[in-house]
Structures are given as C-alpha cells and as structure tokens.
Design a protein around this ligand. Structure first.
Ligand code: ZN
Length: 301
C-alpha cells in the first residue's frame, strides 16, 4: 500500500485568505522497512522523498537479540518493501513477517556479498559453552556488512534495483541518486584512507563486540574482540586479552552503547588505556565511519 502524502499548506493558506486558486499536490511514497538504522541512510540516499522509511530495530537495541513488537508486525503488513541485512533476529522473524504480509517484497540486501566467517575472530580465545549467544548469523558468518563502504556499494545497487522494480516510473531519479551516493562513498573511502595515512595508529584495535571486521578488512586493520561467543570473557580469558593488549601497545578500548562495558573498563584500567564508544548502528553512517576512523588514528583532522 502506498502512503498518500498531502501537501496542503497552499490549500490551508488559500482557505484562510480566500484565494481563488486552490492547489493540492499528492505524492505517492513507497513504504519501506529496514532492519537497522544504517540501512535507512542507504535507502534514503537512493529513494530521497519518494520513500517513507521505518527502522525495525530501535536505537539502543541490539539486532542480535531484538524481537519486533506486535504493533510493528501490524504496520509492516501494509508496507511495500522490507530490506533485510542478514542479522540474527531476522532468521526467526522473517518467516512470520512473510506469513503476515503476503504482498510485501522482502529483499535481502546482503545478496551478492561474500561474508567472512565469524569463527576466525575467536581463534585466539578458548572455546567453551556452546549454547551461549554468538554474534553471527545462523551460518556462523559475520553479519556486519554495513560497515564496509565497498560492500555498501553492492547494497546500494540492490536497493536501487528493488526500488526500480517496485516503482519503475521514478527509475531515472533513483539512478541519478544512486550515482551521487556511489560518488559520495568513493570520497568517503579516500577520506578514511587519508586519516589512517596521516594519523599515527595501531593496525590492531580492540573492541568489545566484533562489528568492525569488514571495515578492518577494507582498510587493512585488525579487529581484536573482547566479547567471546556473545558473552563477557571469563577471568582467565580476560587475563589473556590483557596480555595481548600489553604486547600490542593497545591504548584505546572500544565499546558499543548496546553492550555492557564491564570487561572493557577492566582491561582499560589494567592498561591505563582509554575507553571510547563507537556505535556500529548509527543512522549518520558516513559521519560515524569518519569519527570511528579518527578514534582509531590518534590525531583529529
Ligand atoms: Zn553486532
């Protein structure tokens, strides 16, 4: 269903001022849902004012453990498109959303993307407790594909194709917006490389929840996670992490607002390092990548 969007200011004004000419403009917007906030940024770039976008996972919630509210399930049943990203909660909820909304197009925005195995990141830890929560999708693959600008280009094409398929009359506008967005991503990549080149930084950065693996891969960095299989590390594991941090001269420990910072604070305290918050789910996607890069590099640009 399309949402009629009425521009009524002229009508209201003319009603009050008794103008002779009355005008009502109706714009049909596509109703689009996305799983997480960064996807809203991508769809907005390509759909601009032709789309009305809602995000399923609200700010402060983790998409690894989120469950949609009944009211969201009702509203989504009237939408045109849902862009999934391939993250944990979708595996349980997408079949239910599909049953509830037969006409909704569900587009996997992780299509055509080769994912990294999440298990690699835990090689340095001891493996225990198999029934704990793991921050991966169901195949043991890392879902955080929205943090690599190069992979976002692929996602942008997928979004563009889905918008054109659903609303072919505005194809030329979507194409124009796509090309502008791709150029913006090119310049973002140059900016990130320039920050890393000009600011002294450690190639390895330590973070609680391992969301930045694709970003690290694209920019030749190494992400060292504190979280183990979705949980705080045990005291023994914590001691190993602290040893690693000392040996690798780690000065900053990154944490995320959606996760507990207890072990990160402990590690920082042991090392005399600082704790910095980075949010991998920010809706200000480009600005957030720049700010995170500046935190990884030690100078401000
Ligand atoms: Zn995550």
């Amino acid at each position: 269903m399309r949402l009629p969007f009425f521009l009524i200011s002229t009508v209201v004004l003319c009603g009050l001022l008794s103008c002779s000419k009355k005008e009502t403009q109706i714009i049909d917007k596509l109703i689009v849902y996305v799983s997480i906030a960064p996807q809203k940024y991508f769809v907005e770039k390509i759909g601009k004012d032709l789309v009305d976008i809602s995000v399923l996972v609200p700010p402060g919630s983790s998409p690894h453990t989120f469950e949609p509210k009944p009211s969201q399930m009702t509203r989504i049943s009237t939408a045109d498109i849902l862009f999934t990203i391939g993250i944990d909660f979708e595996h349980a909820w997408i079949p239910r959303i599909r049953d509830n909304a037969k006409k909704l197009k569900i587009i996997a925005s992780d299509m055509n993307i080769e994912k990294l195995k999440s298990t690699d990141i835990h090689d340095h830890h001891e493996n225990n407790d198999s029934d704990s929560h793991d921050p991966t999708d169901n195949n043991g693959l890392d879902p955080h594909i929205w943090l690599s600008p190069e992979l976002v280009k692929t996602q942008a094409y997928t979004i563009y194709n889905a918008l054109c398929d659903t609303d072919s009359t505005h194809k030329s506008q979507y194409l124009k917006n796509l090309n502008i967005f791709l150029k913006e991503i090119d310049s973002l990549q140059l900016q990130i490389r320039s920050i890393l080149k000009n600011c002294p930084h450690n190639d390895t950065f330590m973070i609680f929840h391992p969301a930045w693996g694709y970003f690290a891969k694209e920019f030749n960095l190494t992400e060292y996670p504190i979280e183990i299989d979705g949980k705080e590390p045990s005291p023994k594991e914590l001691a190993q992490i602290i040893d690693f941090a000392k040996n690798n001269n780690i000065k900053t420990i990154f944490v995320q607002p959606q996760f507990s910072a207890q072990s990160a604070n402990q590690i920082a305290h042991e090392l005399g390092a600082t704790v910095a918050t980075v949010n991998d789910l920010s809706d200000k996607w480009a600005e957030n990548l720049i700010n995170t890069t500046k935190l990884i590099g030690t100078c401000k640009q």
